[in-house]
Design a protein around this ligand. Structure first.
Ligand SMILES: Nc1ncnc2c1ncn2[C@@H]1O[C@H](COP(=O)(O)OP(=O)(O)OP(=O)(O)O)[C@@H](O)[C@H]1O
Length: 237
């Protein structure tokens, strides 16, 4: 990534956590630049979700600074577990999101149609998503996230539950958004996909930052010049 690119998200976490352990994560800083896809990696319990909660402003004892920059200073959060209203249809969810984002009606209708088509949910648009499969519900979260075309995406483990076609559609959409200039932070355990699609990585362990940089930077840090991300990950942890 070139140095002149704008940092859209600047994360500086001095410490954050929960009542019992207020410093569950500590000393974590990194940026997400325009057009960059940053993989947030680490074993179970490493602090990935806590980092995301800190960025979203959900932790009361947070110490540090989170700065969103960019044209609109807008972001979308795509959670790991779908959060849906039982009494709203898929289309009503989309209309609700559009009104929160204050999207122009014509823009909304065009994007909505495109997204429903891409994720193959056109036939289900007037149905209640409560009875949809987990993967279909996950696709709704992706659709709602992509609707606003924000500056920054924060995506928590998107691959679990999606079928291979949906993963391909999702990755295609991410690529388009990167090309548009959006920055993406994505937590995942799927290291081979992360290695293929991410431009840089933030590796956490035990609530601390273990590595931050491109695959090349991380290979250098491990002194394993041709190693895969998977091998570097295990060497560093
Ligand atoms: N609400 C909470 N209250 C207290 N401790 C919590 C809470 N949520 C998470 N933790 C603890 O914070 C630590 C980091 O958890 P976190 O969910 O951030 O890890 P993660 O890297 O996202 O893990 P996974 O890959 O399993 O999702 C863990 O030790 C966990 O037990």
């Amino acid at each position: 990534m070139s140095e002149e690119r704008l940092a859209l998200l600047d994360v500086y976490i001095e410490q954050a956590g929960y009542d019992e352990v207020p410093d569950m994560i500590k000393g974590i800083h990194f940026t997400v630049q325009q057009g960059e896809l940053v993989g947030l990696l680490g074993p179970n319990g490493a602090g990935k979700s806590t980092t995301i909660k800190s960025i979203l402003g959900l932790l009361k004892d947070f110490k540090g600074k989170i700065s969103f920059m960019g044209e609109n200073k807008s972001y979308a959060y795509i959670p790991e577990h779908p959060i849906l209203y039982d009494e709203l249809t898929l289309w009503e969810h989309m209309e609700f999101a559009a009104s929160v984002y204050e999207l122009d009606r014509a823009v909304f209708l065009e994007r909505a149609d495109d997204l429903l088509h891409r994720f193959r949910l056109l036939d289900e648009k007037h149905q209640l998503p409560g009875k949809f499969s987990k993967g279909m519900q996950q696709k709704i979260m992706l659709i709602l996230g992509f609707l606003n075309k924000p500056d920054v995406y924060i995506v928590d483990e998107p691959f679990i539950g999606l079928d291979p076609k949906a993963i391909k559609d999702f990755l295609g959409m991410l690529e388009e958004e990167r090309k548009r200039g959006a920055g993406i932070l994505m937590s995942t355990h799927v290291l081979d996909t992360a290695e293929r699609i991410c431009s840089s990585f933030v590796l956490l362990s035990g609530g601390r930052l273990v590595a931050n940089g491109t695959l090349q930077d991380i290979q250098k840090q491990c002194d394993m010049p041709d190693a895969t991300l998977f091998d570097c990950f295990h060497s560093l942890l």
